[in-house]
Design a protein around this ligand. Structure first.
Ligand SMILES: N[C@@H](CCC(=O)N[C@@H](CS)C(=O)NCC(=O)O)C(=O)O
Length: 205
């Protein structure tokens, strides 16, 4: 398997799961600042011109959530449980995360980290205020769900945890407001016990 990635948010999910599962993978780092994700060769694999992309035999797979599930399946891991009830729960969290939680956390990551890194100008104060407000709204939902639970689904670690928490390692630098959400913080601390979560990228990066 070949995993095309860069050291940014969405590929971080795929890299963290690949490392957690200790799968044999050829990692291909793409320099976004050089447009290496926009070459015709890469667009043939992923017409969106985004990272990550996984190539497994004849299959080209894009979208980090799908890649995590595929990797878990290849490793026969319960990170992507086999029973339909658990899978539906995970899909629910994937959808919620993309539409709400990491949508707003990702906006803060963009405003505070990506803009500085790629010289895209100063953070937009109005966008930051709005994203923080919306983030808090959904963080409250997550916090209530996590009260009395260790993990999001079925009381065991799953790809849902890797997906929903993905922006939280950047919380301080991205000014993602986690104060007042103790169960979210405790859950993220549990993830931080995993080396693959703290250090998801291959050593060269
Ligand atoms: N929904 C996609 C999002 C992929 C995505 O937006 N990747 C960003 C990095 S986090 C990217 O490739 N940005 C480069 C660009 O848009 O030029 C996924 O989850 O894989």
């Amino acid at each position: 398997m070949k995993l095309y990635y860069s050291d940014v948010l969405s590929p971080r999910k795929a890299c963290a799961v690949a490392k957690y599962l200790q799968l044999p993978i050829d990692y291909v780092f793409l320099r976004l600042d050089r447009g290496e994700h926009r070459t015709s060769e890469y667009l043939a694999l992923n017409p969106n011109g985004k990272v990550p992309t996984l190539v497994d035999g004849e299959r080209n797979l894009w979208e980090a959530d799908a890649i995590m599930c595929h990797l878990a399946g290849r490793a026969d891991s319960q990170l992507w449980p086999r029973d339909a009830g658990s899978q539906i729960e995970i899909l629910r969290w994937f959808s919620w995360n993309q539409q709400h939680f990491t949508r707003h956390a990702g906006e803060l990551y963009f405003e505070h980290i990506i803009k500085a890194r790629f010289s895209l100008g100063a953070p937009d104060a109005a966008a930051v205020t709005e994203a923080q407000k919306e983030f808090r709204r959904y963080a409250a939902v997550l916090d209530a769900h996590l009260e009395g639970r260790r993990w999001l689904v079925d009381e065991r670690l799953s790809v849902a945890d890797f997906a929903v928490a993905i922006a939280l390692p950047y919380a301080e630098r991205a000014q993602i407001p986690l104060n007042g959400f103790p169960h979210v913080l405790a859950w993220h601390d549990r993830l931080c016990d995993l080396e693959s979560w703290r250090e998801p990228f291959p050593a060269a990066v």
